[in-house]
Design a binder for this molecule. Structure first.
Ligand SMILES: Cc1cc2nc3c(=O)[nH]c(=O)nc-3n(C[C@H](O)[C@H](O)[C@H](O)COP(=O)(O)O)c2cc1C
Length: 184
């Protein structure tokens, strides 16, 4: 099958996640196009059997490039099986407040774009202290200091992405897409 994996990233973790998905699908024998929405947002969605879109949350919002891409391609996206990967640090949290915050971000995005993906998955991202600018570093250092369950060293990057969980979810979603394709 032919998959499109398009992503928006600010510090690079969503790019790593999108690449991981593209590699796994390719290893399973599928054809995959990996598209960084910051480079090029022009593509014919209908060339693909299914689409993964990934973006990360910064101060409650996904990247503008992701929103623009979804808005511009809404009609075609609605004709394909779609998976939305929402990357954030709240996805690594265990509090009800984290879950509600994420639902709110999804609602705001859905209202802005009109897109209802077939499946939405919250993927835990990363602290990338070694690449933040001055202001981001101190803002993120403060956020890290609020994590009471697990101390975070602000001198090292810290990844929360559950790669095995992501692989299992992707396998589940892509087999569903294949089954639908063979029944069509
Ligand atoms: C300035 C800034 C603001 C952020 N705001 C949020 C937020 O509102 N909610 C959240 O859960 N995570 C937030 N994060 C965490 C990012 O979603 C997380 O670091 C993610 O891995 C970033 O993905 P990227 O590297 O692909 O941009 C923020 C990170 C930064 C640097």
């Amino acid at each position: 099958m032919k998959f499109l994996t398009a992503y928006a990233t600010t510090e690079g973790q969503t790019q790593k996640i999108a690449r991981f998905c593209a590699d796994q699908l390719t290893d399973s024998g599928h054809s995959v196009e990996l598209l960084n929405l910051a480079d090029d947002g022009e593509i014919d969605i209908l060339r693909f059997d299914a689409v993964i879109l990934a973006g990360s949350i910064h101060i409650g919002h996904y990247q503008k490039s992701l929103e623009n891409f979804v808005t511009a391609n809404l009609r075609d996206l609605n004709q394909r099986n779609t998976l939305f990967l929402s990357v954030s640090l709240a996805a690594a949290g265990h509090e009800e407040e984290d879950r509600m915050g994420l639902e709110h971000c999804i609602d705001v995005f859905a209202k802005a774009t009109g897109w209802v993906p077939n499946r939405i998955e919250h993927i835990a991202g990363a602290f990338r202290f070694t690449s933040y600018d001055f202001f981001r570093y101190w803002a993120m250092r403060w956020i890290a200091s609020q994590k009471e369950d697990e101390p975070v060293d602000p001198h090292k990057d810290k990844e929360y992405t559950d790669w095995d969980g992501l692989a299992a979810m992707l396998e589940d979603w892509s087999s569903g897409v294949q089954q639908q394709g063979s029944q069509a």
